[in-house]
Design a protein around this ligand. Structure first.
Ligand code: AHR
Length: 511
């Protein structure tokens, strides 16, 4: 029997395992709250694989229905998510990107080679105007990653002037290229993963360079939020050294953090997207939950640097699932399937971000289309929404809501030597006073009851996303295989108990 079929049958049988224990919640509805920055729901658009070319940009002459070159189906799906901010053009690619390659008439733009992601052709058809116009149409803020690795402070300063100036030669050039009104740069990063692909710089060397770039990285009008490229989950001290630099406090409003979930934890063999054993489900959950500790470490480091400006934030500008590519299928760089496991990973991370809403000011899942834990996958004219897309859609009411401090007990989910809490949840109050709760059951096999009585409500109404196997996914042949369904649970007497099936995510409004 094929392993995947065996796994499916086993899971189908286990589907019926009943609720084992109950999660009890304690919530102080009068406690101080923190606003969940809408930007926690940010996206990341890097020039990798078929993300910009094919996934988003098809060009105005394409047979695929498009508006000014942006495919309409993908745009429509992204619009539904109310995307608050998009980071562009990388990632590692940002440190190879020269903005002048991506402006002006399309037939005059140089064709380059994407030397960091697979040596594919980079036509530069998707450049500054295409990105800023896309963000504007989506109603999303812009997060620009400047090129520190192979650029210069002058090139970076020129780009910002070109994009934002009201007058002068660069504004005239922008107008001649089709855009008279200045663009808005809301967030700015200088360099990316400077401890790695961004130049392999020590924290001290990067901090010196950052200070030089930041001194000249000015926009016309409002200044963007400036974000230092910080640590990953394995080198927290990098951030500490950066923040200890004598000039940094006056030149930055936040620091970034990159945390990926690799099922095995090994870069050389990360684990498969589908057909994986339950051990890799369990290790994925465990490795995802590390996010809480990684943020706690960064919180402690930031707190040590008392000279940082008020409101200094942590920007988790890359996170998500990263699995091995199926080389036999020769996929584009970083293309991977998205399953219900990814959806659970998304829910767990978003709950952690809500709980840390006082510090975490933005996050950017990696990435938006056709790359890593994508919202959307495309194949020629076809498009499919991943289970992660549905989580982002379900969690939308949390954008800008007030995070409520909630404590809760959870039954364990144990497999071999891995034991993790099965249930994760977060709660918030929306601007119009509604109480909303997001719940994840990360248990691969058992359903669990969650007692919501503490919220003093008569009914919980919302949506549930679940699937019958650990690697259930949407395919181009069956694009609706994993989708959310409406759910309503009514209180019995004073008790309001929600039964969460295994491998599920729910978002409910309490009434
Ligand atoms: O998201 C893919 C890559 O992961 C980014 O380019 C880089 O910053 C990180 O290593």
């Amino acid at each position: 029997m094929r392993p995947q079929l065996a796994a499916s049958l086993a899971c189908a049988l286990l589907w019926a395992i009943p609720a084992t224990a109950q999660t009890r919640i304690d919530v102080d509805l009068a406690a101080q709250t923190h606003t969940i920055a809408p930007e926690i729901y940010g996206q990341f658009l890097e020039h990798v694989g078929t993300q910009p070319y094919g996934g988003i940009w098809v060009g105005p002459d394409s047979d695929i229905p498009n508006t000014d070159g942006i495919r309409d189906d993908v745009f429509g799906a992204l619009k539904t998510l109310d995307i608050p901010v998009i980071r562009w053009p990388g990632g590692c690619y940002a440190d190879l990107y020269h903005w002048r390659d991506g402006i002006g008439p399309h037939d005059k733009r140089p064709v380059r080679v994407n030397m960091v992601w697979g040596g594919t052709e980079e036509t530069n058809a998707f450049g500054s105007h295409e990105f800023f116009n896309l963000a504007e149409r989506l109603g999303a803020k812009t997060y620009l990653n400047l090129n520190l690795g192979t650029g210069t402070p002058a090139e970076a300063a020129d780009w910002l002037e070109y994009l934002t100036a009201e007058a002068g030669d660069r504004a005239a050039e922008r107008s001649a290229n089709g855009r008279e009104t200045p663009y808005k740069v809301d967030f700015l990063s200088i360099g990316n993963e400077t401890w790695g692909c961004g130049g392999a710089l020590t924290a001290g060397a990067y901090a010196d360079l950052y200070s030089q770039y930041a001194s000249f990285a000015k926009t016309a009008g409002d200044q963007p939020v400036r974000i230092l490229s910080g640590a990953h989950d394995g080198n927290p001290e990098y951030t500490d050294t950066l923040l200890g630099h004598p000039y940094i406090a006056g030149l930055t409003e936040g620091v970034s953090l990159h945390v990926y979930t690799l099922p095995t934890g090994e870069w050389s063999e990360k684990g498969a997207a589908t057909g994986f054993p339950e051990a890799e489900w369990a290790s994925t959950i465990k490795r995802t939950l590390r996010m809480e500790d990684v943020i706690a470490d960064q919180r402690a480091i930031i707190a040590r640097h008392e000279d940082l400006p008020d409101g200094f934030g942590l920007y988790v500008d890359e996170w998500g699932m990263w699995v091995d590519q199926d080389e036999a299928k020769n996929p584009p760089a970083l293309y991977q399937e998205g399953t219900i496991r990814d959806a659970v990973v998304a829910g767990l991370n978003l709950n952690i971000f809500h709980r840390n809403a006082d510090l975490v000011k933005m996050t950017n899942i990696a990435q938006m289309v056709n790359v890593l834990q994508a919202m959307i996958l495309t194949d020629g004219p076809d498009m499919v929404l991943t289970p992660t897309y549905h989580v982002f859609e379900m969690y939308k009411p949390f954008m800008g809501a007030e995070a409520l401090p909630v404590s809760y007990t959870s039954p364990d989910y144990t497999l071999g030597d891995v034991t993790v809490p099965a249930i994760s949840l977060s709660a918030a109050r929306t601007a119009d006073g509604q109480l909303i709760v997001a719940l994840v059951n990360a248990d691969a096999k058992a359903s669990h009851d969650v007692d919501l009585t503490a919220f003093d409500a008569k009914e919980a109404e919302g949506h549930l996303l679940t699937a019958k196997t650990m690697d259930a996914r949407n395919t181009f042949a069956d694009p609706e295989a994993v989708h959310s369904v409406p759910m309503t649970v009514k209180a019995k007497g004073k008790k309001l108990v929600l039964d969460l099936p295994p491998r599920s995510i729910a978002v409910v409004v309490l009434k």
